[in-house]
Design a protein around this ligand. Structure first.
Ligand code: PMP
Length: 283
């Protein structure tokens, strides 16, 4: 694989980054993951807008303008002949002597991008649905910023796996926040999609925004509000969204089947509608 590190396209085995990089020492960095289908980027402008917001919230310097970042995405897709998968992008505060205080102004941020090929469309998860296990949400209070500080979500996923599930849904004060790397939804018995409203408690998913837009266009009712684990267990359907999973059904919560225990009809329709819209606007 050819990867991009601080201005250079290099084979992955030759890519280097400083041991003093603050991404490594403090998880002082932010990231984006943009899906690629047929060599095209999905929702690219929205990912850049969120990247800008994450950078601003952490007073991280911008490595370059959006069009230059787009050019790197395209170059990597081309050099790696990527058809299906995603591009990972990370910006850190760069290398500086280890100190909790931010380094002096003028310290160059690090910019790293790489591609990951993945059979993202016809996945077993999409066909059979995911089982989720609930765990307490022990992350920090600024989950709206897409930082590379992902240890707790990683631990939560392992906890879910150890309980025979595929992923975790995190819970705070009795209400589901989101999945380890995705937003969480239920469909009520009346056919309304319910997903938590935007706040610092969850990441503002790009796929979430697109799916809610699609729902509105198709006349599907949506309520943006928190839901409890009990409400979710009694729901007709459940699903998650992310740039990696698009819309993927959830068929069990803590071993309780959701609805029929099979991927829901509305969920399947939302997946198809989302993919159609995202492909139409891919660049
Ligand atoms: N929530 C969390 C915690 C995530 O890590 C992600 C994906 N990175 C999402 C939600 C989904 O966001 P998106 O649709 O932008 O991929």
């Amino acid at each position: 694989r050819i990867v991009y590190v601080n201005g250079a396209y290099v084979p992955e085995a030759e890519a280097t980054i400083s041991v003093f990089d603050r991404g490594l020492l403090f998880a002082d960095g932010v990231y984006e993951v943009t899906a690629v289908i047929g060599g095209k980027l999905l929702d690219f402008a929205a990912h850049m807008a969120r990247l800008r917001r994450s950078l601003r919230e952490l007073a991280l310097p911008s490595p370059m303008e959006d069009d230059a970042i787009l050019a790197i995405h395209r170059e990597l897709v081309a050099r790696n002949a990527l058809d299906l998968g995603h591009v990972y992008l990370m910006v850190t505060r760069g290398a500086a002597d280890r100190d909790f205080a931010f380094p002096p102004e003028g310290t160059k941020p690090s910019l790293v991008l790489f591609t990951q090929a993945r059979a993202a469309i016809e996945t077993p998860e999409a066909t059979r649905g995911l089982k989720v296990a609930t765990v307490p949400d022990l992350r920090w209070a600024r989950r709206d910023i897409k930082t590379v500080q992902l240890l707790y979500p990683s631990m939560a996923k392992m906890e879910a796996r150890s309980r025979g599930a595929d992923d975790a849904w995190m819970v705070e004060d009795g209400f589901v926040t989101e999945g380890t790397s995705n937003n969480a939804y239920i469909v009520t018995q009346e056919g309304t999609i319910v997903t938590r409203s935007l706040s610092n408690a969850i990441l503002h998913g790009i796929t979430r925004a697109a799916v809610l837009r699609t729902a509105a266009e198709h006349g599907v009712r949506v309520e943006e509000r928190a839901f409890t684990v009990d409400e979710a267990k009694g729901a007709r359907e459940a699903f998650i969204t992310s740039a990696g999973a698009f819309v993927t059904p959830v068929v069990a919560i803590d071993d309780v089947p959701v609805g029929t225990g099979m991927p829901g009809e509305l969920t399947k329709r939302m997946r198809a509608n989302y993919l159609e819209e995202a492909l139409r606007t891919a660049i």
